[in-house]
Design a protein around this ligand. Structure first.
Ligand code: SER
Length: 355
């Protein structure tokens, strides 16, 4: 069943509001008072002080849908799922509810609200990290079991996959940084056969494309210190789910570029190039152009201008890649009016949301 992005947004809002959460307004793609990062790359970015213990004016339960830009993913764009711009559906608990409520609620959201088939969902939990004396997350494993998730749908991974902090694995975290074990949910596209090039056996974190991560519940319960890991005064939840990916999974279509958050752009590109997206020789190019144009449009809307440093440099890089790929795609220069049509499709899709 197809799910439109507008419907998904509505369901997500209603779901968290019904559980006493307040909407925390998303921050711009370019954070205003945060010198630590050039772009907003996750919903928790504006909430770091609250995850470390500062009270939030909206209380202890918040949610939102945060536009994100991850410049570090630029070279992965072109496959069926990676983009530099995406929207993260998030909910947070600041020392309020913890693992049991979070996993139960996300499971309910997927299986009851969105009516996902449970047989196609897999979950992962933290296997522990001996080196940093971080224990395995047996509690989450038990919660998933109690929710009825079959034993062979629960996988355990170490810190490379089931630990989250802005700096990545525990070893890379600077002192003062919050982090914790996480538990991810994956959707299985049974129509994709496992490719042995990625290993003998397929599993949720296999890169063959059969599985797609759709949501990540981070249990922010530690802070790194000079002496190792210390429990935070309050245990928090930091959830992030990919809006575009949940739509793709719900449509049982592994290509996010065929969802209503990309299809209008792809169709505009088909029109100006006179080439069909389904052709393998152009597919990758169209995905890169669609992602970069969307990211560039939203960055410009936020006030970024092309330049040779920092944010402006990334925008310039996007624009350069768009120009080169468009030239290749069409075989001749694109007219400005043609480009207008593509940008209009982006503005139209986000009318009432970002425009
Ligand atoms: N911060 C986590 C992530 O970015 C969950 O929101 O995946």
């Amino acid at each position: 069943m197809k799910l439109s992005h507008k419907e998904l947004r509505k369901k997500f809002f209603q779901f968290w509001k019904a559980r006493d959460h307040k909407e925390v307004p998303p921050i711009p793609l370019v954070p205003q008072n945060d010198p630590t990062t050039l772009f907003t790359g996750s919903g928790m970015q504006q909430l770091v002080p609250n995850l470390l213990g500062a009270p939030h004016p909206l209380g202890t339960r918040v949610f939102n849908i945060q536009p994100c830009f991850r410049s570090q993913d630029i070279d992965e764009v072109g496959d069926n799922r990676h983009t530099t711009f995406f929207e993260m559906m998030g909910n947070w608990s600041f020392g309020d509810y913890f693992k049991k409520e979070q996993l139960t609620w996300f499971w309910q959201f997927l299986t009851k609200e969105l009516k996902f088939n449970e047989n196609l969902l897999y979950v992962t939990v933290f296997a522990g990290d001996k080196k940093n004396s971080l224990p395995a997350d047996l509690e989450s494993r038990k919660i998933w079991k109690d929710l009825g998730v079959a034993k062979n749908h629960i996988y355990e991974y170490g810190p490379e996959k089931n630990w989250w902090s802005r700096a990545g694995v525990p070893d890379n975290m600077p002192p003062g940084e919050p982090g914790g074990p996480d538990s991810e949910v994956f959707f299985e596209f049974t129509q994709i056969a496992h490719d042995k090039k990625f290993g003998d056996h397929c599993h949720p974190n296999c890169d063959c494309g059969r599985f797609m991560e759709i949501g990540n519940s981070v249990f922010m319960q530690y802070k790194k210190t000079d002496k190792g890991f210390e429990e935070l005064p309050k245990k928090n939840v930091d959830f992030g789910g990919g809006l575009e990916r949940i739509i793709a999974a719900k449509s049982n279509d592994p290509d996010i570029f065929r969802s209503d958050l990309y299809l209008p752009i792809v169709e505009a590109l088909e029109k100006i190039s006179n080439k069909p997206y389904r052709e393998n020789s152009v597919k990758k190019m169209m995905r890169v152009i669609a992602d970069h144009l969307k990211a560039a449009t939203l960055l410009i809307k936020t006030g970024v201008f092309p330049s040779n440093k920092e944010r402006g440099y990334f925008l310039r890089r996007l624009l350069r890649r768009i120009t080169i790929k468009l030239l290749k795609l069409k075989g001749s220069l694109i007219k400005v009016e043609d480009l207008d049509m593509v940008v209009d499709s982006i503005v139209e899709m986000y009318k009432g949301i970002y425009f």
